[in-house]
Design a protein. Structure first.
Length: 338
């Protein structure tokens, strides 16, 4: 899932599946992705159950499945090619539980589905035009949003970091400030590695990209690395994709350490003009499948703010800076008037 847009990833998955002669490849009319978070939430409803002598609960299901697929199979003398069979056995039992409790828990399942779609833990794509239209109308598609507002999407790609994401805390910081007739934006991610080296945890290696409005001009990058254990400043890549400008760089964070990656760039003239015209809109889109990491805004417009939605804390009213701290459980939209 290199692309931040699920529709693009699903198309690529279908392309590979067909190229490899996948069973009934030409009959597939829908691609559905779901994260371990969905499975955990389902087990909160169904309760725990045992598969091949292993008890799975909402709190341990992700780690136990990962372990059995990566290491446990050899301890049980299961062939490497069959190491993922436990996932099928697990899913068969889970689906049986869901079917047996469907009507008694229908309201809970419906709410869970809607929550997971909104939180981008479930994404759906169909190669059939009419089906895809319905998916998009319901915002089940996981696509990169098209908007005329200021925009930011931070995307991390785990590069040979095992399953280390479980040990990472993230805080996304976004700030802007006036610079003559233009505005400088800074997108910064603070990574905190809470783990230690073990079977599922390593140093966290990520190729991070930010997707911002087309017309944004890169100024500098702080914290980029060439390799995972070198202090030399690494390069910044640039490109245009999905009707967005993107900047990308590599960073690695050792266990029990903190790392910071920061991109600084000029906002396009269209965004600066909207601020001059007394209104600023910002759309922060969360990466597919991520949890609710922290989002901190510090937006200096150089002119007094008269209204904002969501509103600031009362102590922050009456100045030129919009401050807000929330989370990225779902996409966030902000409006500021001057």
């Amino acid at each position: 899932n290199w692309s931040p847009d699920f529709s693009e990833s699903a198309k690529k998955a279908l392309e590979f599946y067909k190229a490899e002669g996948g069973v009934k490849a030409d009959q597939i009319d829908m691609v559905v992705a779901f994260t371990p978070t969905v499975v955990e939430k389902l087990l909160e409803i169904t309760g725990s159950f045992t598969v091949d002598g292993i008890e799975f609960t909402a709190s341990n299901v992700t780690e136990k499945l990962e372990y059995e697929v990566e290491y446990g199979y050899s301890e049980d003398e299961i062939a490497f090619a069959e190491r993922k069979q436990i996932i099928r056995s697990f899913m068969d039992i889970l689906l049986n539980h869901l079917q047996n409790s469907l009507f008694s828990n229908l309201t809970n399942y419906e709410k869970l589905f809607m929550d997971m779609v909104e939180q981008k833990q479930i994404m759906i794509y169909s190669p059939e035009i009419e089906q895809q239209k319905i998916i998009e109308e319901n915002n089940w598609d996981g696509q990169v949003v098209s908007t005329s507002a200021d925009y930011l999407l931070w995307v991390d790609a785990n590069l040979a970091s095992l399953k280390t994401d479980h040990a990472m805390d993230r805080e996304l910081k976004y700030s802007i400030r006036p610079d003559g007739d233009r505005f400088i934006a800074i997108a910064e991610m603070v990574y905190k590695h809470n783990g230690k080296f073990d079977w599922r945890t390593s140093r966290y290696r990520t190729y991070a990209r930010i997707f911002v409005p087309v017309g944004s001009e890169w100024i500098s990058t702080t914290g980029a690395m060439k390799w995972d254990r070198t202090s030399g400043e690494g390069p910044t890549d640039k490109g245009v994709e999905l009707n967005k400008q993107w900047f990308g760089a590599f960073i690695a964070i050792e266990p029990e350490k903190q790392g910071i990656l920061k991109f600084e760039y000029y906002l396009p003239a269209e965004i600066s003009q909207k601020i001059k015209d007394r209104q600023y809109d910002l759309y922060i889109q969360k990466q597919l499948g991520t949890i609710d990491h922290t989002l901190t805004l510090n937006l200096d417009f150089g002119k007094n703010i008269v209204a904002a939605n969501p509103a600031e804390m009362k102590d922050d009213w009456g100045d030129k800076i919009y401050k807000n701290q929330t989370n990225l459980l779902v996409d966030k939209y902000f409006t500021v008037n001057f």
